[in-house]
Design a protein around this ligand. Structure first.
Ligand code: DCP
Ligand code: CA
Ligand code: CA
Length: 359
């Protein structure tokens, strides 16, 4: 998934001062040279309807908005960063792998949580949007695809407040109706060069052979464009600052709220994550379970112990207790998928650092 917050800075301003909601709101970077010099940072959709957009000189925006009740505000980056941090924490919860790529956007790898099922991914996207609205009053748009490229393009497809899912079998149809400008990294310059090759649409781009693209754009950009035109991308979601963890999730044969039906699989998963722990010569302080219920809600429960362990029976026992507690607190909710997660990892000699783990 790619999640992108709608008209982010302006939406934060609308929440700070609700009296400006419904008016065109324009957030500006004042350069300080003269009172009005600077450019528009972003604006809400009401202002966009008048043709105002990011990068426009403030003077021009003021002219366009003359006689309206438009509100011009200076950027308040500190505010947006605080809101962003809190939203990123919400998003991170839903991802197997998480990569923040800007103040208002991130990739979420949910392949494992949803077992590559796009309907389940859609329902998670709805859940995410609901939680962000409830806790931060911020809407976002989410794109779901078989890779980062498609997800990113899809998140821009139904803005604002949209969800667009493009499963693998729909990638070709989805891509072929786009203009080349929708491919991330294709700006004015690339667009111009492509137009000299009589290419405006992604469909036309996909008809160009690789040699021409490499000749025109160089190896790196050329082969990127060749693959992008086909909806291909194999960049992983890079979890740069994730607390290190080892987890595994699997689907139960039948949805069930019965602990004895779940235990065998839970024990198998606990065994598997523990084997990985031992293989890496690590111990863990926190043991957690992840339950995806039949209504597709993702819920977690965890326990932190005093001394790091890599003892299988401890981990199995602890997961079992967590599962029992979970079923007691949420009775009559059948579980569809179950997982075990180990975190708070350390090497046998003490606290580990990230580079140690990655090398
Ligand atoms: N931004 C900026 N100058 C730009 C583009 C963006 O200062 N030229 C800032 C303001 C935006 C934020 O970054 O709120 C996120 O940029 P987006 O491109 O995602 O734009 P918005 O979130 O404002 O709008 P959209 O609803 O199209 O995502
Ligand atoms: Ca945005
Ligand atoms: Ca963005």
């Amino acid at each position: 998934m790619h999640a992108d917050l709608d008209y982010f800075y302006a939406q934060c301003e609308e929440n700070l001062d609700t009296t400006i909601r419904g008016k065109p709101v324009i957030v500006c970077v004042y350069s300080g040279r003269t009172e009005e010099s600077g450019v528009v940072s972003t604006c809400n959709y009401k202002a966009r309807n008048f043709g105002v957009k990011a990068g426009l000189p403030i003077v021009r925006a003021k002219k366009i908005m003359e006689g309206t009740d438009a509100v011009f505000l200076p950027v308040n980056r500190q505010l947006y960063e605080k809101v962003s941090d809190r939203i990123m924490e919400i998003l991170r919860k839903y991802a197997d792998n998480f990569e923040k790529t800007g103040i208002d956007e991130a990739y979420l790898d949910v392949s494992e949580s949803v077992d590559e099922n796009f309907n389940e991914a859609k329902s998670i996207a709805l859940q995410i949007k609901k939680e962000i609205v409830q806790s931060e009053q911020i809407t976002c748009s989410i794109g779901i695809g078989p890779n980062k490229l498609i997800a990113k393009i899809a998140s821009d497809e139904n803005k604002p407040d949209g969800i667009t899912a493009v499963p693998p079998q729909e990638v070709d149809a989805f891509m072929s109706k786009l203009s080349v400008g929708r491919i991330p990294g294709v700006g004015k310059k690339v667009e111009e060069k492509l137009s000299q090759l009589h290419v405006q649409s992604v469909k036309e781009l996909s008809a160009l052979n690789a040699n021409i693209l490499v000749e025109t754009f160089g190896r790196s950009l050329g082969s990127y464009l060749y693959k992008a035109a086909r909806g291909e991308d194999d960049e992983p979601v890079k979890d740069k600052d994730r607390p290190i963890q080892i987890s595994r999730i699997a689907t139960l044969k039948n949805n069930t709220a019965n602990v004895t039906d779940i235990l065998p699989l839970l024990a198998e998963l606990a065994h598997s994550v523990n084997a990985k722990l031992i293989e890496e010569n690590l111990a863990c302080k926190t043991i957690g379970i992840i339950a995806i219920t039949e209504n597709l809600k993702i819920q977690g429960k965890s326990k932190t112990i005093d001394t790091p362990t890599s003892d299988e029976s401890t981990i199995v026992q602890c997961s079992r207790e967590l599962l029992e507690q979970f079923l007691q607190t949420t009775p009559n909710t059948a579980i569809r998928r179950i997982g075990v997660k180990l975190s708070g990892l350390s090497t046998k000699s003490g606290q580990m650092n990230l580079s140690q783990f990655l090398s």
